[in-house]
Design a protein around this ligand. Structure first.
Ligand code: FES
Length: 131
């Protein structure tokens, strides 16, 4: 199973030219490596130019094969790395990636911009409902 975290490298802090995405990528890679086996899956962490959440910088997405995709906003490299690592650990254990907002760590409870079900699972559920 493939797990990825994608971080926007174009987001700017409001009113500044600061683009914290690269700092977020560096800090998150370091923190996930330091977490070792406590995060039970490998996460590929990479940047992308924009994920259409520009009003809520920085945006961060979690995706995995056959798992729900999440898009989080308002993520700061100085304060939110621990929550991102905690969610990577949680996400690795969720077989379909689905979890309620109250179960997400810390700031990620209120910083979720989207939660999209995995295509294959959504298809199976709609076929089950139709039959
Ligand atoms: S610039 Fe970051 S989501 Fe658009």
């Amino acid at each position: 199973m493939t797990h990825r975290i994608t971080i926007c490298t174009s987001c700017r802090h409001k009113g500044t030219d600061c683009r914290p995405g690269y700092e977020l990528i560096d800090k998150l890679r370091t923190a996930i490596a330091a977490a070792g086996a406590s995060v039970p899956e490998d996460f590929e962490i990479s940047g992308v130019a924009c994920m259409a959440g520009c009003d809520r910088p920085c945006t961060v997405a979690y995706h995995g094969t056959k798992k729900a995709t999440y898009l989080f906003g308002d993520i700061e490299p100085e304060t939110d790395i621990a929550d991102l690592v905690a969610f990577a650990r949680q996400y690795a254990y969720l077989h379909d990636g689905w979890c309620a907002s109250v179960d997400r760590p810390g700031k990620l409870r209120k910083a979720t911009l989207a939660r999209v079900p995995a295509a294959i699972i959504a298809l199976e559920e709609s076929e089950a409902r139709a039959s």
